[in-house]
Design a protein around this ligand. Structure first.
Ligand SMILES: Cc1cc2nc3c(=O)[nH]c(=O)nc-3n(C[C@H](O)[C@H](O)[C@H](O)COP(=O)(O)OP(=O)(O)OC[C@H]3O[C@@H](n4cnc5c(N)ncnc54)[C@H](O)[C@@H]3O)c2cc1C
Length: 370
């Protein structure tokens, strides 16, 4: 018997490996043969920071991120400010590679963690243990597996085969990073900016010397010159339609959780357990909370099986609420026609209070981290 195994080398995989090691387990990480794509930035809200604190990473992560002062919501066509939400709790932007670097550095200090750049091929349950076969043909038994190998990995197929493939929202995120030095000084302000248009929205915030930029729009509106139609000459973001900006296209997953989070000695974490469009900037933050919760449940139970079951029960309920809100937020952001017009009026009148209330539940950390 060789402790716990983790599959996946993304943010969730590294975080759960750290959590399991901090809870006193020997950990083998099968991080996959393909390094995770660490393109662009992400934002981490107060609940993500509570998880980083529980994992002993808050100080290191704070030094690698930019604390944001407020969230600005504006109308994309007119530039009118609809909401300014001051951020009193920790809320920061990261270069993805910097957050991954914090996790990798912390893992490297754990003598009980072994990282293997192998793909997990097969999962066999044997009573209270699990036998894993990797793509080099080797096989080994473990007390349990935390599968954080993404929405299409073997973990979800094994634990929740009925859930099938993660659906698409039909929306595309066009992502780019633009040197702040090439933009007016206002873009470097420590703010998270959301611009609401008609069926589209734009998010930008600074990460290091770059502006991280994400434009979300229906797939059928991404044709040649899409950025000029969306941000035409004279509109507030016209300079972001510059033809020199290189865009990456990412289809967005529909909101959903695995129907079941645990099967015997295997539990899911990160996107293997929950996928959500990034409208609330919560996907990675929820993966970190999975890890902190796992640390809590493994740390207070004698055996892995009881720890896994406490974790799966607690997280499945918590995350389902966030996933629903991410979906609803996307629908509100994606309104067009008269509905978008009335949305903007409502936000202009009472948006700050509405947004505070809406985000309070999202940003409340998992109760087990309190
Ligand atoms: C446009 C956009 C903006 C976003 N913004 C934010 C944000 O601001 N804040 C936020 O919190 N989240 C954000 N997210 C969400 C966030 O990026 C994801 O939730 C997060 O990266 C998922 O991490 P993960 O480790 O769970 O999954 P993944 O990153 O998918 O990692 C899974 C890993 O498993 C590995 N793997 C796959 N198969 C196997 C196998 N057979 N064996 C071993 N390993 C395997 C893969 O190689 C990969 O490394 C955003 C997402 C998008 C698309």
């Amino acid at each position: 018997m060789a402790g716990l195994a983790v599959s996946g080398g993304g943010i969730a995989g590294m975080a759960v490996a750290l959590a399991a090691a901090r809870a006193g387990h020997e950990v083998t990480v099968f991080c996959g043969r393909t390094p995770p794509q660490l393109v662009g930035g992400l934002q981490l809200a107060p609940n993500g920071w509570a998880a980083l604190t529980a994992l002993g990473l808050a100080e290191r992560a704070a030094a690698s991120s930019l604390r944001l002062k407020d969230i600005m919501v504006r109308a994309l066509d007119s530039g009118t400010t609809l909401i300014r939400l001051p951020l009193h709790e920790p809320y920061a932007s990261f270069d993805r590679a910097a957050l991954a670097g914090c996790l990798a550095d912390a893992l490297a200090t754990q003598a009980s963690v072994t990282v293997k750049p192998l793909n997990l091929d097969h999962i066999h349950q044997q009573g209270d243990t699990v036998r894993l076969v990797t793509d080099d043909g080797a096989s080994a038994a473990f007390d349990g597996l935390v599968a954080a190998d993404g929405a299409a990995g073997p973990g979800r197929r094994h634990v929740a085969p009925a859930g099938g493939q993660v659906a698409s929202t039909g929306k595309i995120a066009m992502r780019a990073q633009v040197p702040l030095g090439s933009l007016p000084a206002g873009f470097a302000r420590a703010s998270s900016n959301l611009w609401l248009g008609r069926g589209v929205h734009v998010v930008h915030y600074p990460i290091g010397e770059m502006l991280n930029l994400v434009v979300t729009l229906p797939a059928d509106r991404v044709g040649p010159g899409w950025q000029h139609r969306l941000m035409p000459a004279g509109s507030p973001l016209a300079l972001l339609a510059d033809d020199n900006i290189v865009w990456n296209r990412t289809p967005l997953p529909a909101a959903g959780t695995a129907g079941c989070w645990r099967r015997g000695a295997v539990v899911l974490a990160g996107e293997a357990a929950h996928s959500m469009p990034p409208h609330l900037a919560q996907g990675a933050g929820q993966g970190l909370q999975d890890a902190a919760s796992l640390q809590y449940w493994l740390g207070r139970q004698e055996d892995v099986s009881t720890g896994f079951s406490g974790y799966a029960r607690a997280r499945a309920g918590e995350v389902a609420k966030i996933v629903r809100k991410a979906d609803m937020s996307g629908r509100i952001m994606g309104l067009s026609g008269p509905a978008a017009y009335f949305r903007d009026i409502a936000l202009n009148l009472g948006g700050t209070r509405l947004m505070q209330t809406w985000l309070a539940e999202v940003w409340a950390a998992d109760p087990s981290l309190a």
